[in-house]
Design a protein around this ligand. Structure first.
Ligand code: PEP
Ligand code: MN
Length: 330
């Protein structure tokens, strides 16, 4: 940790800061410049809240040298994590990008779901996604088919051999959703539901953790840290767009730069969801390409057999033909 003192900080203020750190076991190296003094504190930074130092008299700035996420960061594991999803499908490192696709929600029309599943498989997708428990902004919107929807996903898996990814919204539902899903999704709205993250950490399923719409990259990685710390190393990070100021043209802002940033600081696989990021069908193709060009380990794309009549997110869903065309291009 580096503590930069104000140019006019008194010797007493400098010693007070140093003394506080020393009593916590930190070794202090003083760097006294002509104008200001900088202290390098070497020790276990978990023992002190940097904000409590930053607010001391005479302190200008406290800088952390190490990232606060230990297990998600490359400091603890330099090489990329490659996660086994099932059926021999792997994600991360130098594995070919994994495409996860399917409708936003599982709907009552099982034939439609199967149509999407077969087409997705044929086009090269490895995972079928569909929400049975849906986190919707309005309580009046379609909330998902719940267990019935999970059963439909189970049928689609049996028929196509695709892996299944679906969202788990609440801790008590983990065992039920886990019976049907190969991969559990944590939705953007739940990225900071720490009880849910801890509970998922004690399962052994791969977890797709979506970035909260207003979460910094550091907060995103700390959310992953909860799952890792609770014992589950199989976390896939999903950049799905953050809140912007121009929802007229795009639903969110796809933070493409987050992909190489995450790859620099973390060993975990990172995928992009251009559907929720943009909310516009015509933007899925260019943003999918951009995400892969930026190094994404996979994509999550909403596909519906009849997007204009979808129960949720039709405007950002590709139809089957469009998905096949996109996969050909990718
Ligand atoms: C979804 O994947 O359908 C979904 C609700 O996404 P998000 O949590 O990113 O909004
Ligand atoms: Mn959706």
């Amino acid at each position: 940790m580096i503590i930069v003192m104000e140019p006019r900080a008194s010797e007493e203020q400098i010693q007070k800061v140093a003394g506080k750190l020393e009593t916590l076991g930190f070794k202090i190296v003083f760097n006294r410049g002509e104008v200001m003094t900088v202290l390098a504190a070497i020790g276990d930074k978990r023992l002190i809240d940097p904000a409590s130092l930053a607010s001391m008299e005479g302190v200008r700035e406290v800088k952390l040298i190490q990232e606060p996420y230990k297990l998600a960061g490359r400091e603890s594991k330099a090489e990329d994590s490659v996660i086994e999803l099932g059926n021999g499908v792997k994600i991360g490192g130098n594995e070919p990008p994994v495409v996860i696709s399917g409708p936003c929600s599982v709907e009552s029309d099982i034939e439609g779901l199967l149509q999407v599943a077969y087409a997705a498989k044929e086009a090269g997708a490895r995972v079928l996604r569909g929400g049975a428990f849906k986190p919707r902004t309005s309580p009046y919107d379609f909330q998902g088919m719940e267990e019935e929807g999970l059963k439909y996903l189970g049928q689609a898996r049996d028929k196509t051999g695709l892996l299944i990814a679906t969202e788990v919204m609440d801790t008590p539902e983990i065992p039920l959703v886990g019976e049907y899903a190969d991969i559990l999704q944590v939705g953007a709205r739940n990225m900071q539901n720490y009880k849910l993250l801890k509970a998922l950490g004690s399962t052994n399923k791969p977890i797709i953790l979506k970035r909260g719409p207003a979460a910094s990259i550091r907060e995103f990685l700390l959310a992953a840290e909860y799952i890792l710390y609770a014992g589950n190393p199989n976390v896939i990070l999903c950049e799905r767009g953050i809140k912007g100021l121009d929802s007229h043209y795009t639903r969110n802002i796809l933070d493409i730069a987050a992909i190489p940033v995450i790859k620099k600081y973390s060993h975990l696989p990172v995928i992009a969801d251009p559907s929720h990021a943009t909310g516009r069908r015509y933007l899925i193709e260019p943003m999918s390409k951009a995400a892969l060009a930026a190094g994404a380990h996979g994509l999550m794309i909403e596909v519906h057999h009849d997007p204009d009549n979808a129960s949720s997110d039709g405007a950002q869903s590709l139809n089957i033909e469009q998905f096949k065309d996109l996969m050909g291009q990718l």
